[in-house]
Design a protein around this ligand. Sequence first.
Ligand SMILES: NC(=O)c1ccc[n+]([C@@H]2O[C@H](COP(=O)([O-])OP(=O)(O)OC[C@H]3O[C@@H](n4cnc5c(N)ncnc54)[C@H](O)[C@@H]3O)[C@@H](O)[C@H]2O)c1
Length: 154
Amino acid sequence: MAKIKVGIIGTGDRGTSFVKVIQNEIPELEVVAVADTNFVRLESVPKLHEYPPCEKFTSVDDLLNSNIADVIMVSTSVCTHAEVLVKCMEKGYHVFCDKPLAINPQQTKQILEAARKTKKMQFMGFNMRYNSQFIKMHQIIEDGEIGSVLSGTA
Ligand SMILES: NC(=O)c1ccc[n+]([C@@H]2O[C@H](COP(=O)([O-])OP(=O)(O)OC[C@H]3O[C@@H](n4cnc5c(N)ncnc54)[C@H](O)[C@@H]3O)[C@@H](O)[C@H]2O)c1
């Protein structure tokens, strides 16, 4: 089966963890391109963390226009999510975005409008919802095994 080609925008802490998870745990995906506006990071982070061979772009537009990725994962600084996500969706890419979505209601609205219009926003990364320990805790509570939950701390 052909792998889904992923482009990652933002090669910081989260972008790097996406690369590692894809490389080590999701055989259906392959990282084919990364983009980061910070040239130093774009060069040094993939080397330091041994990214798989992939195309590197300092311009988000160049990555999107290259058409080498099927889908995009956005892991840039949160203040840039609206600009980057809207651009990706309007270019026709399905996008995954790390949380949080945006920094204010205006940007959130902008993203949601583009998502509604293009139907390309696939997922917002509340990754802990898929953590097996939390799934188990949720199940225990749902099943009533420990009675009513009266308070919680994070
Ligand atoms: N680090 C975490 O534990 C964590 C956890 C949950 C969510 N997040 C979210 O993930 C996102 C990234 O966090 P991080 O810790 O990886 O940050 P980071 O600062 O390590 O990395 C962000 C990268 O995005 C790049 N960037 C910024 N604007 C860009 C643009 N317009 N185009 C391309 N690249 C751009 C920066 O140069 C940087 O390399 C944030 O939204 C953050 O809230 C982070």
